[in-house]
Design a binder for this molecule. Sequence first.
Ligand code: ZN
Ligand code: ZN
Length: 408
Amino acid sequence: MPLTAQHAQAGVLDATVDPLGEGTSWETIHRARPRAPLTCRECGHGLHPKLSPKGLRFFAHDRAAPTCSLVGETMAHRLLKLQLASAIREAGWYAELEVAGDGWRADVLATSPDGARRMAWEAQLAQITVDELRQRTSRMQASEVPVCWVTDDDRPWIGAVPAIQITVPAEPGPADAQIVNGAAVFRESWCPRRRCENDGGAPGPCPGHGWWGPVPEAVNLETFVAGVLAGTIRIHQVAVRKYLRLPTAARTVWTTRQHVITERAQMEASARRRERDELAAAEHERHLAAIAAKLARQQALTPPAVDLVGREARGYVGVRDATPEWAMGVPLFVHDMPQGVISPVVSRVSAEVLARFRGLTLFVATEAERRALARACEPAQRIVLFEVEVPAQPRPPAVTYGRAGRVR
Ligand SMILES: [Zn+2]
Ligand SMILES: [Zn+2]
């Protein structure tokens, strides 16, 4: 039971407007004698004007109608089409009902005032598969007619194709239908602190914890249609699946530019955070490598250093653990007296350490190390350079530095 009819002389009549068409009012055709020459635009069968119990005007097929897709339309479907058409007209666009296109038929076809843009609005109240809707969506897109599927129920294809779910008003009247699903906003969430507790307490800039959620304040159908036609509300593919907190898991949502920008800001913040974490990891790697190199140097220097200290101090050389006390160098003891320190860390040579170094021999493996250490020490500090071969892969320190000394 369609909302439009073909009139033999007046052309297409639209029951949702006044007049219905070229100089034809509802009064001149409703219950007219003789009856108006009206046929179905879909099947060609005869139609007659009819009023629903609640006052909605429509056209009904005459008896013995053939199979026609418009016959099965329910009152709710007609009401929704009417609602869509009036929202489109309210927005200043033209609305045509039941328009056939290239392999598709639009329930309501919206055309911009300048005629340059078209968009279909489909009242899809019956069950339909996601695949079929995708096909119908792409057929319309091929004709450069974007589409929005409108339903009154929780359907699996909301979010899979451009669609909205609304609350359908009980009777015709002012557009009070509300959008309940299909539209979304990006809820920003940034941490004011540098160390973000929501992110495992890791230091650094907050990667953001925003998400796509339902529109907090109900939007009515008229506002939504006007926004879409004006281009302020657009279809958007949610970029990151884990940002989704919507009734459906699918990623196609209607939203405004502002929310797309906010989503992008969070993606960029996350990327910056990832970069920073990677840098920190690389920094840590380098630090570990520096420690390993220091251990390798100390390990290679130990035999000649022990040899020299043993000869000069004439006694048992104890090789003790590298500690901050010795600027992480390996101290050598004879008769419980420190005699030398192998490869201390220059940056850890404090005034206190310097005092401890006085009179001792420091051992280094390279000229660069000698120079750096000499700069940190007093001029009288004795530094011995042994050009030992430092293995690239040092043995584990536990093996290198036992507490056991060496007897000469
Ligand atoms: Zn028909
Ligand atoms: Zn945070």
